[in-house]
Design a protein around this ligand. Structure first.
Ligand SMILES: CC(C)(COP(=O)(O)OP(=O)(O)OC[C@H]1O[C@@H](n2cnc3c(N)ncnc32)[C@H](O)[C@@H]1OP(=O)(O)O)[C@@H](O)C(=O)NCCC(=O)NCCS
Length: 226
């Protein structure tokens, strides 16, 4: 089987501060690259872990049949998974190496758009919410400048949280991304502190549907080697 083409970003940054990792995965846990065969499992975990986001609110079938299969073959992102000692999916992290082409790729997919539209038309409030999500990348360019990469999704299964797995998975994804600036958006103050531990710094707020999102950017990349 041929390997997925990698898009190499041109935005190489200055070297900067190191980020301490300090901890190890629980025994038997391991990190791997996700394969398209995992779309269903990833969709179920996505829905369980992030019920407040737009995509989960549109339903499991959209996630499992349209969103994840497309994401897992996109050349613009990498999906890393954490497997526990029983080989069960404990968490995932999606890192877009070029965030705008990744998003545009979804909207160029007729099947994805038709599935989104069909669901959105019966949910006017979610339709409104999705329009603000679509406009967000355009608004972002001014305050924080050009940030090619974005941590799109990060979630751990509820019973696997608090053991350091999320932080190690995040640092693995950042190391694999390489020395490029990376953006993350979160509504949670806890998550904001979690990202700061991995070297992200707060760079502003974005208002979406009366929710204030923290914008964090990690501009320098010298994580300790694995
Ligand atoms: C955020 C998340 C991936 C962290 O995974 P984890 O394996 O529990 O992370 P670690 O064990 O490495 O670190 C735990 C730390 O994350 C913090 N944290 C960040 N976001 C959190 C959240 N939504 N729920 C619970 N704890 C969270 C905890 O407060 C804890 O901090 P502490 O060590 O100072 O007490 C996980 O909590 C999760 O999946 N949350 C739901 C989805 C989510 O919020 N994703 C990020 C939104 S952008």
């Amino acid at each position: 089987m041929s390997a997925k083409p990698r898009v190499v970003t041109r935005h190489v940054l200055r070297p900067g501060h190191a980020v301490a990792s300090g901890s190890a995965l629980p025994p038997g846990w391991r990190i791997a690259r996700a394969t398209p065969a995992l779309a269903g499992e990833l969709a179920a975990l996505h829905l369980a872990a992030m019920p407040d986001d737009l995509l989960p609110r549109l339903g499991l079938s959209l996630l499992a049949r349209h969103f994840w299969p497309r994401l897992l073959i996109s050349p613009y992102c990498d999906t890393w998974i954490l497997l526990d000692a029983e080989r069960r999916l404990a968490g995932f992290c999606v890192m877009a190496c070029q965030r705008l082409p990744l998003r545009l790729g979804f909207y160029a997919d007729a099947a994805f758009c038709a599935a989104m539209l069909a669901r959105l038309l019966c949910r006017p409030l979610i339709l409104l919410h999705s329009l603000t999500v679509l406009a967000a990348p355009l608004r972002l360019q001014k305050p924080i400048g050009q940030v090619p990469a974005e941590l799109v999704l990060l979630a751990m299964r509820e019973d696997s949280r608090g053991q350091g797995g999320g932080q190690i998975l995040l640092q693995h994804a950042l190391r694999e991304l390489g020395p490029v600036a990376c953006l993350v958006k979160t509504a949670s103050a806890d998550a904001s502190r979690f990202y700061q531990r991995a070297g992200f710094v707060c760079c502003g707020r974005e208002l979406r549907n009366n929710r204030s999102l923290h914008l964090l950017v990690r501009r320098w990349s010298t994580l300790p080697s694995a």
